[in-house]
Design a protein around this ligand. Structure first.
Ligand code: NAD
Length: 320
């Protein structure tokens, strides 16, 4: 049924289904009858008093409620935006390239651009998508906040966050200094918190978002010499589950992945004997490629609309 918008508010009210709060408004239908309706977050910013639209009845498991859907005269196609941390090389770079192929505009974050990052930006632009580099240390909240503000100013949106940046300082716990412990926790765990906190308001306002946190098999198994790394990546899993629970009501889904042994600078740095020994324990008998991890991330972001709060293992059977 057609309707005209009489008033609206951004104060969210609990409407059926009572698990959700929605922005709301008053509309007048063709017969002059006024009623309270829900308004989707994605429509809120384009509302004007007197605007025409239609009343849409939504039936959910919890009951029925009417929503106002404004009539959008000319719909401009806007590309979604993905921010990938630590994306100038390795797994992050592969994720950035793969998401660009799927039509996302890309923000590449890292400590430095490096040649490989510049190459990625050129490749994305050649493919017809926007790509920008924003330097920020994810362990510092002020830098992350500035990065997200700049990303939204330049690309207009924030739809996907891939918390990929990470580092390790490996040694037995007995030899690990408090500084070495803290540094890895600050980057791998606090960095994930920082970036998530900074993007959430934008995703909530836009009506949804997708977050993928790159954890590790060390989170599941522990790892000798990686007390700081395993604790941080384990924390990332618990953080993922909590984010999933808190923000599902805003259509923000959050999952984690646990890559096994992937061919990047991180595993190139292993002593050759140790790397050979590890690969010999992988049922598929080889390291994974960053592109293989990127395909899983792209699936979660573009297809996984009924998956949240999960840790997905990608290790060729190294963890069963
Ligand atoms: N390679 C593997 O086998 C493997 C396995 C499991 C998990 N992981 C995880 O995958 C992610 C990517 O790892 P990779 O193998 O591509 O490693 P990599 O070292 O090639 O890439 C990590 C990137 O993160 C960036 N980075 C580090 N600290 C940062 C900070 N404070 N702020 C911003 N950027 C920062 C680095 O500069 C680098 O470009 C990491 O979180 C890592 O822990 C990797």
């Amino acid at each position: 049924m057609k309707a005209k918008l009489i008033s609206y508010t951004d104060v969210t009210v609990p409407t059926p289904p009572y698990k959700k709060s929605t922005k709301s408004g008053i509309v007048e239908d063709e017969k002059g009858k006024r009623q309270l309706v829900g308004i989707d977050d994605e429509h809120y910013n384009i509302l004007k008093i007197g605007m025409e639209g239609r009343i849409e009845k939504r039936v959910t498991d919890f009951g029925e409620f009417n929503f106002f859907v404004p009539e959008i005269k000319e719909k401009k196609e806007v590309s979604k935006v993905a921010l990938i941390t630590g994306a100038t090389r390795g797994i992050g770079k592969a994720i950035a390239l793969e998401l660009a192929r799927k039509g996302f505009n890309i923000v590449i974050n890292d400590l430095e651009l490096q040649d490989a990052g510049a190459e990625a930006i050129n490749e994305i632009k050649k493919g017809g998508r926007e790509a920008i580099f924003i330097k920020a240390d994810i362990s510092k909240y002020e830098e992350v906040e500035k990065m997200v503000k700049e990303a939204v100013e330049k690309l207009g949106r924030m739809d996907v966050l891939i918390n990929n940046a990470g580092m390790n300082i490996d040694r037995l716990l007995i030899n690990m200094t408090p500084e070495q412990w803290q540094k890895v926790i600050d980057v791998d765990l606090t960095g994930t918190y920082n970036c998530t906190k900074a993007v959430l308001p934008h995703m909530m306002q836009q009506g949804g978002g997708r977050i993928v946190n790159v954890s590790s098999m060390s989170a599941l198994d522990g790892a000798i010499g990686q007390a700081n790394y395993a604790a941080a990546k384990g924390g990332v899993v618990s953080l993922t589950k909590t984010i999933a629970m808190e923000y599902a009501q805003y259509n923000i889904l959050c999952n984690a992945i646990a890559p096994g042994c992937i061919r990047t600078r991180m595993t190139d740095a292993m002593p050759p004997g140790m790397l050979r020994e590890r690969v010999s324990q992988i049922p598929l008998g080889r390291r994974g490629e960053p592109e293989e991890v990127a395909k899983l991330v792209v699936f979660l972001v573009t297809e996984g609309n009924y998956i949240t709060g999960q840790l997905i293992n990608i290790s060729a059977g190294e963890y069963i």
